[in-house]
Design a protein around this ligand. Structure first.
Ligand SMILES: [Zn+2]
Length: 326
């Protein structure tokens, strides 16, 4: 091999090495993309389509919020679940398409519960729907993280929807007298509810119902009062399949599945809230239907299995093929 050929080969090797270095440098230097996949999750309940919609997650100091606990119980339970305080807590709403009507159950917080929430509307669109298509909105209760999303700025976010909730809930949170009488630290809850529902009430698009009510074929409201005065659950049923939207029957999966007697400061009446939770757990475990839970890690849909004095949470199996309910 003559010197010319050798030099040419050497320069090709140098060029290849440089290219490799360049490529390696380019890939290794890619900025982290950050963010998360759009927050929606689909599941069929018989012929009814249910889409979980995530509003975001918020860090909660659950060691300070949970009540009726034993010393060290919360910290130990969180450690066993590999969770740190504050616990990143999901805020979920559920979109139910019966085939005849499109119903949103709970609307997320919009701007009422800090800057990390308020994504429900974007996720509804990502899931293939538009806010104009929503026929009815059912509220489990009127805390800000469930009603804030009814408004988009100073306009109703759902221009064609009728909003429905239990009369006891409406009477309590929408009362000006109750707002005036509330201690300073609690006024925000009343103000949030009134600001979120006011436009719907004024337009004649809020219709309260009284306790257990068949709202439309496939969806039934069932009272579970305690967390708030008119807290409701919504039973979605089709062709023998069943899913119950629980709202805030429980908040902290790592603690309250194992010990349903643990309560939370947000409960209006903890003594009534705990038995409602126990009853719901027992029924779900006995019959094996789905629970859809506002503050369990997104999508918050799963089943329960009894385990000693407590319960184990079994998240719904993930599938990309139009899953059946069972
Ligand atoms: Zn809540």
């Amino acid at each position: 091999m003559n010197r010319l050929k050798l030099a040419a080969r050497r320069s090709r090797c140098v060029a290849a090495a440089a290219l490799l270095t360049l490529c390696a440098a380019t890939y290794a230097g890619a900025p982290q993309a950050k963010g998360q996949a759009p927050g929606w999750f689909r599941l069929m309940v018989g012929t009814i389509e249910v889409t979980a919609l995530n509003d975001g997650t918020v860090g909660l100091p659950v060691d300070k919020l949970l009540t009726n606990t034993r010393p060290g119980q919360v910290v130990r339970a969180l450690q066993r679940a590999y969770l740190k305080i504050p616990v990143e807590t999901s805020v979920n709403g559920y979109l139910v398409n019966t085939g005849a009507k499109l119903v949103l159950i709970d609307a997320g917080a919009a701007g009422l519960f800090g800057p990390t929430l308020g994504n429900l509307l974007a996720n509804l669109k990502a899931a293939g729907y538009q806010p104009e298509q929503i026929d009815e909105i059912y509220l489990t209760h009127m805390h800000p993280d469930h009603v804030g999303g009814l408004m988009a700025g100073d306009k109703p976010a759902f221009p064609n929807a009728v909003v429905r909730a239990d009369a006891k809930e409406a009477d309590y949170w929408l009362s000006k007298a109750n707002l005036d009488a509330a201690p300073e630290g609690s006024k925000g809850f009343f103000q949030g509810a009134q600001a979120s529902l006011g436009a719907y009430v004024a337009a004649g698009r809020f219709k309260a119902f009284d306790g257990d009510t068949d709202l439309m074929p496939g969806i039934r409201a069932v009272a579970a009062r305690g967390h708030t005065p008119g807290h409701m659950t919504y039973v979605v049923e089709s062709q023998g399949d069943k899913l119950v939207v629980w709202g805030d029957l429980m908040h902290v999966a790592a603690v309250q599945f194992a010990d349903p007697s643990v309560t939370i400061q947000f409960d209006s009446d903890p003594k009534a809230a705990a038995p409602q939770r126990k009853k719901a757990y027992k029924d779900a475990a006995r019959h094996g239907y789905y629970a859809a839970i506002a503050h369990v890690s997104f999508p918050g849909i799963g089943r329960l299995r009894a385990d000693g004095k407590g319960y184990v949470w079994l998240p719904a199996n993930y599938t990309t093929n139009a899953p059946a309910g069972k």
